[in-house]
Design a binder for this molecule. Structure first.
Ligand code: AMP
Ligand code: MG
Length: 333
């Protein structure tokens, strides 16, 4: 199958609609990462997403809707604080998990009685959702367990030959996947951290918990079980105060003839050779925006990415640290 990359125009949107109406999949931009969309009401179309990505069949999908979409047709929304969260943060990088009405394909939620819904703020995503006029199930448009794509070229690198069309809306400004927040209980519970931080949610809803899976219990957000977001090359993670150890590791790799690159915040960059640094920038927002493009650049140019965690904690940095740790999961120093 030929995979075309098209700017978002009347004619590419018409083509996207034709593909979706035929039960196919289309990649599209959002403010977080690129998504791979199918008609959320069709079992066959939603199954195709899993097949194209190689995604485990128990990892549920997020339904994307236009800002004017009637939410009550999809979910039961009985928590007053949920409206406050929508008013404060939507459209934007926040996915809310509600009780489902069961009106979309059960394949979307992998049989759970809840449904995750997101209203992206990206102009191209909104134009796409308005044009096709249907709820779209969409995970990130990468091969399962690889780094999420933040440009049309990243989607192409992972999925060319497997999908017919990539709508090109430029580089994603947010850079990490949406915050996922359960709004079925008395207080909101963050299942996955992102650009809308737990603190921001608490300031609007009055309170907010963060879900930590307990051993032996079924995981509440099945995506959490999987190693995710990982580059194809080796990655090694160091704590912020281990700058010297990271440099020693870098030297040892170089001495062995390995191509090593160091991923770190701007403040730490001076400790390493300038041409070997993947600079994440200074603010948590900058780090989120750059992280995945740098991981993909790293896997292209290096045998090993040596990642030094940025200093600090909480807020948006929690999401950045979560993705960085997942990218480097299981690697021994
Ligand atoms: P992705 O589409 O790859 O960004 O992953 C979607 C994330 O949302 C995964 O971590 C899922 O576990 C989570 N998710 C989707 N639907 C639900 C749901 N109904 N309940 C809990 N988590 C969900
Ligand atoms: Mg994903």
């Amino acid at each position: 199958m030929e995979t075309r990359i098209e700017k978002i125009t009347e004619s590419s949107l018409a083509e996207a609609q034709r593909i979706l109406r035929g039960g196919g999949v289309v990649a599209f931009p959002t403010e977080t990462v690129y998504g791979l969309a199918a008609d959320a009401r069709r079992d066959d179309a939603v199954r195709l997403i899993y097949a194209v990505k190689g995604r485990p069949s128990d990892n549920p999908l997020i339904v994307h809707v236009h800002r004017d979409f009637d939410l009550s047709s999809l979910v039961i929304d009985d928590m007053p604080y949920a409206k406050k969260l929508r008013d404060a943060f939507l459209p934007g990088p926040l996915t809310l998990v509600y009780k489902s009405r069961g009106t979309v394909s059960s394949v979307v939620s992998c049989g759970l009685d809840t449904l995750a819904v997101r209203v992206p703020s990206h102009e191209g995503a909104q134009a796409f959702l308005k044009y096709v006029d249907m709820p779209l199930a969409a995970p990130s448009a990468n091969l399962s367990k690889h780094v999420s794509p933040v440009s049309a070229e990243h989607v192409y690198a992972d999925l060319h030959g497997r999908i017919p069309l990539i709508l090109d809306g430029g580089e994603c400004s947010g850079g990490i996947e949406s915050t996922v927040c359960d709004v079925t209980g008395p207080i909101p519970v963050v299942l996955r951290e992102g650009l809308v931080s737990r603190e921001m949610i608490a300031s609007v809803a009055g309170d907010c918990a963060c879900y930590i899976p307990k051993e032996g219990e079924p995981v509440r957000s099945p995506g959490m079980k999987y190693k995710h977001y990982a580059p194809v090359c080796r990655t090694v993670l160091f704590a912020p105060e281990e700058r010297r150890e990271a440099l020693a590791y870098f030297m040892a790799c170089s001495a062995k003839g390995e191509r090593a690159l160091v991923l770190c915040e701007n403040d730490a960059a001076e400790s390493f050779p300038a041409d070997k640094v993947l600079d994440m920038g200074r603010t948590p927002e900058e780090m989120a925006a750059r992280l995945y493009a740098l991981l993909r650049e790293g896997e292209r140019r290096a045998d090993v990415i040596i990642a030094l965690k940025p200093r600090g904690s909480g807020g948006v940095l929690s999401g950045v640290l979560n993705r960085l740790c997942k990218a480097c999961a299981g690697e021994e120093k």
